[in-house]
Design a protein around this ligand. Structure first.
Ligand code: DGJ
Length: 365
């Protein structure tokens, strides 16, 4: 159990790494990995050092106690120009790529135009690779909006601290009915991905959870054995088996799934840009649902904004003892680099109910 230091919680004090620099790991995720025999916590997230853009890529920190965070650097780097593929770092990471391949990857790594949000990482025991998925968006040929591309990006590495090699970005599963309501995406943009998260189940099956159909609907799709693609081809995937559609028309974002005592939980936010809104949660017997909606997990004053936060992930600190921590982002739209992190303990009650109490300067005891 981490020692008796305090988390600032709803106070959202700034968090610094061990060198005294502001932690840049927004929209993130924290979990334990054993690397070379040593167990540590790894915190992955968006680097917003320069605000929204230039896009800073994906940052990693590590810790033995959840309090002191060592900077492990930017593990998925973005580029100024396509010629950056010639720089030593990118040569080492990508080798010699032909121009077509460079162009394909550059669209999602072009720091002046790309958007990289909500990166998540899982370890694949079979392949020995760490796999990152993220919301890959931004301006690109044919789409001038920041969120018109709406794809999922994938990158792999042999270590959680990189270097991560970006493999590509993809549209994901879609509901196969051209007459259905796809929100602002429309049928042409089917399979769109915006806010997303990953979930690795005890049986080693991995899932991607994502807002789709113009953010109207939450999809949960199975990944393949390597965790680098969908389990079933997009055009032949079976709804209800390879993927499910959940909370149809409910406009949810900021998905944070976790497992506790034979139940799966999913905390989400509504869709109001960088402004906070009330959280909701749901409970299921399987990661793909069906999900039972349970309402707002926040009981205290400030619940209408989730205490000025938006869910990023839930940290399974000690599953066997029911110690789980909600990690939310307190976005600062005027100065995204100074967005804060709000960590709160999750309380479990009978009938699979949970609560996120409003707490400041709290400890595990
Ligand atoms: C809400 C999402 O949850 C964030 O990740 C980000 O995409 C903002 N919207 C942008 O407005």
């Amino acid at each position: 159990m981490p020692d008796n230091k305090t988390f600032s919680g709803a106070a959202g004090e700034r968090m610094y790494d061990t060198k005294g620099k502001l932690i840049q790991a927004h929209g993130g995720q924290i979990q334990k990995f054993t690397v070379n025999g040593t167990k540590r916590w790894y915190w992955i997230g968006e680097d917003k050092t320069d605000g929204y853009r230039p896009c800073g890529g994906i940052h990693m920190y590590s810790s033995s106690d959840l309090f002191q965070w060592k900077d492990e650097g930017v593990i998925l780097r973005t580029m100024d120009t396509i010629e950056d593929f010639m720089l030593p770092y990118f040569k080492q990471t990508y080798g010699d790529l032909d121009r077509i391949e460079q162009k394909r990857l550059f669209v999602d790594l072009d720091r002046q135009n790309c958007v990289i949000e909500r990166p998540k990482i899982i370890y694949n025991k079979k392949t020995g690779k760490y796999v990152i998925w993220f919301h890959a968006d931004g301006r690109c040929p044919g789409s001038e909006g920041d969120y018109g591309k709406a794809k999922a990006g994938v990158a792999i590495a042999d270590s959680p601290t990189g270097n991560f090699r970006f493999l590509g970005s993809y549209k994901l599963n879609y509901h196969n009915d051209p007459t259905a309501d796809y929100g602002f995406d429309g049928w042409e943009n089917r399979g769109s991905v915006r806010d997303m998260n990953l979930f690795l189940d005890k049986d080693d099956t991995a899932y991607i959870i994502y807002s789709s159909e113009g953010n109207r609907t939450t999809y949960i799709s199975k990944l393949n054995d390597a965790y680098t693609a969908l389990a079933a081809e997009r055009d032949t995937a079976r709804e209800g088996i390879d993927f499910t559609r959940n909370f149809i028309g409910a406009y949810k974002e900021a998905h944070a799934m976790f497992h506790y005592k034979n139940k799966y939980y999913l905390i989400q936010s509504g869709c109001t840009g960088w402004s906070p809104n009330p959280a909701s949660y749901a409970v299921a017997d399987c990661p793909m649902g069906p999900w039972k909606e349970m309402g707002d997990p926040c009981p205290d004053v400030g619940k209408e904004t989730t205490y000025d936060s938006q869910s990023a992930c839930v940290i399974p600190v000690e599953e066997e003892n029911g110690i789980y921590v909600y990690m939310g982002d307190r976005w600062n739209e005027q100065d995204l680099a100074d967005s804060r992190y709000v960590w709160l303990p999750i309380q479990f009650f009978p009938d699979s109910r949970i609560a996120l109490p409003r707490m400041e300067n709290w400890t595990f005891n």
